[in-house]
Design a protein. Structure first.
Length: 155
């Protein structure tokens, strides 16, 4: 049996919040990184997370819920930490990509927790699709980080 509507709304709002964090986090990372190619990739991920937010907002509204969210406190603190860290230590590709992985780890954990719930099929489909995209991006960033680490090791 599926969860009650209020619990489904709570889950969707939680995912919308972490997606908003990802949207802003990737935007900040794109602005901070010096490598133009990586900047474009990170900006694409930001846009993608913005699309997640819009899809989740539409779904919440169709279920009769409110959708005024600005992101989580932890997400805001993480972005401010990134600002301080990059101001002091510089914003090399490895440090920026590492912080992106940290943010995506938090997102993956949220999605996994909520996918363990008994969601209505149409909601599960949306959540699972977004989870798979976040996982793909996480794996892509992991490969980019490995590549950047090798480049630095050669220098």
């Amino acid at each position: 049996m599926s969860l009650p509507n209020e619990e489904v709304l709570t889950i969707l709002k939680d995912l919308m919040e972490i997606s908003k964090d990802g949207e802003q986090g990737y935007k900040d990372a794109s602005d901070d990184i010096d490598d133009k190619e990586l900047s474009v990739i990170l900006l694409d991920y930001s846009v993608q997370r913005g699309e997640f937010v819009n899809k989740l907002r539409d779904t919440i509204q169709r279920l009769g819920g409110e959708t005024e969210l600005a992101g989580s406190i932890l997400g805001i603190l993480h972005r401010r930490w990134m600002d301080v860290k990059f101001a002091v230590a510089g914003s090399n590709s490895v440090s920026v990509l590492t912080e992106c992985l940290r943010g995506d780890t938090a997102a993956l954990e949220k999605y996994e927790i909520h996918l363990d719930q008994v969601l209505p099929d149409n909601i599960r489909s949306v959540v699972l699709n977004q989870y798979e995209i976040v996982k793909f991006n996480f794996d892509s960033i992991t490969k980019l980080l490995e590549k950047q680490s090798l480049v630095i090791a050669r220098d």
